[in-house]
Design a protein around this ligand. Sequence first.
Ligand SMILES: Cc1ncc(COP(=O)(O)O)c(C=O)c1O
Length: 446
Amino acid sequence: MTTKKSHSISVFINNEYPAIDRGEGIYLYDTNGKRYIDASSGPITCSLGHGVKEIAETMKVQAEKAAFVFRMDFTTQVLEECCSRICEKTGNVMDKVFMVSGGSEATEIAIKLARKYHIENGNPSKFKVISRWLSYHGMTMGALALSGFPSRRADYVPYLAGTYHIAPGYCYRCWFNKEPETCNLECAQALENEIMMQGPETVAAFIAEPFSGMSLCAAAPRRDYFKRIREICDRYDVLLIMDEVMTGFGRTGKFFAYEHYDTPPDLMALGKGIAGGYFPLGAVAATSRVIDAIAQGSGIFAAGHTWAGNPLGAAVANKTMDILEEQNLVARCAEMGEYLGQGLEGLRSHPIVGDVRGEGLMRGVEFVKDKETREPLDPALMFWIDLHMQAQSKGLVIETSGGCDRGQAGDMAMLGPSFIVTKAEIDQIIALLDEVLTDMEKKLGM
Ligand SMILES: Cc1ncc(COP(=O)(O)O)c(C=O)c1O
């Protein structure tokens, strides 16, 4: 624990947070020497593990050469290398990349590129962006407006103008009361209905996460969902933006999660794992469809913040990609993800575990009061907050969240250690979670 008054603002402003001194692999150590397993890689960010010296060295070398140059004046070799490598990772489906400083900024830039595409094509009436309820695209006002995460939106609703949400692809609590046998992808069809209601001539883009982030903890729609979405988008000249901030750079066991759906988007927002957890970085990748419209039109894309395209971040992203390649970490993520998934499946014997889902090292667990009816726990219990605290007190750091039942109730956890995790470490994570859940069920009289 910190001993003197903290002047830093955190989520729970009255809480005292342990101060972390250092990290090594999947472990973090606080200033009192307590060890924590970082079982969610922070918020699914630190994909390479803590304390990677090669990255520290890369940062030092690049900072000494040139830490910052302004993109209005120059480019750098590291930036060029980084952008072309990201395009290569998509099989050059993506043509150009705009580097930014995080996921929210990536969402904002993706929307601006979509808007610009339509203006350049002579369709300035197209400006609306449709997104999904129970999604998360970031905390800046634009990104938050698109997000359908009720608890994060609540205080700021007056600023969140002009966005339109459809039902999520959330099979465990299907908004259309369908089961896999009766599903006709009503959640995808909802996009066409919304486009018609808004007027296709006004709709610029649709944005969605291929696997949900913290708002639905790794929930995913049926694998043919994005093909249907793509058809609908193409029918009405609506760009498809995938938010791969959490899923990109190997997290789901493929380099990009759109590969699971065999459906590349027109624009892709990236963040988190792009720099392995070593630098505040994000990016937007765009297809030639989008880029050519701008390049052959005004040739101007006036957007972006001061730090966009800085060489320090690009150098870290390059090193991250080197390490992913040299250590074959995306394949390892898929393999360890299977193992983690099996371990979590074993926890279904707990009366409180309603669902286990996800891909690669991005695995969600949903907790319920009644497994049969899927009735959520009483939200007054604030189970997800308690779970986070109980786990952390035992040295297990997991990210948890609430509100999956239409914003009013529902508790979840997201597990996703870094890609270097071993089977023995996964066993430790499962054993600790098992212990915490047993204690909490006892407390709840379950
Ligand atoms: C899917 C998704 N998009 C966007 C963001 C926003 O990224 P950042 O927090 O880096 O701004 C997040 C962050 O959790 C995310 O999970």
